[in-house]
Design a protein around this ligand. Structure first.
Ligand SMILES: [Zn+2]
Length: 116
């Protein structure tokens, strides 16, 4: 019998356009907007964070100029924390149920709703 793959223990609580702060690594302290979430790898791409230099070869057929381009690289989701728009603190993500039945992400400090 095939062995079931272990379930992901951590799930990404981040979404595109969240404002996050980097809490570990080379870019610790930087803030930026989430440009992309890669759930299967538990990684996010944050605007202005984790730049890598990419060397590209010119390819006239595809109209690609050669040189060194800087691009954001993905960083591990555990290295960033969401910033609460209400209290301004970085926070872990909780959940709460709104009066209208919607389940939203909430700040653990001030209970502020993180989903707009
Ligand atoms: Zn808050």
């Amino acid at each position: 019998m095939p062995v079931a793959a272990p379930r992901e223990r951590t799930r990404i609580n981040l979404k595109k356009n969240d404002t996050v702060q980097v809490v570990a690594g080379r870019d610790a302290g930087k803030q930026g907007k989430v440009l992309k979430v890669i759930p299967e790898r538990n990684r996010v791409i944050v605007q202005g964070v984790g730049f890598v230099k990419k060397h590209t070869r010119p390819n006239p057929q595809k109209n690609i100029k050669g040189g060194i381009a800087e691009r954001e690289a993905s960083i591990h989701a555990s290295n960033v924390m969401i910033l609460c728009g209400e209290c301004g603190k970085r926070t872990r993500v909780g959940h709460k149920l709104l009066a209208d039945g919607r389940k939203v992400r909430a700040c653990r400090h001030c209970e502020g709703v993180l989903d707009k």
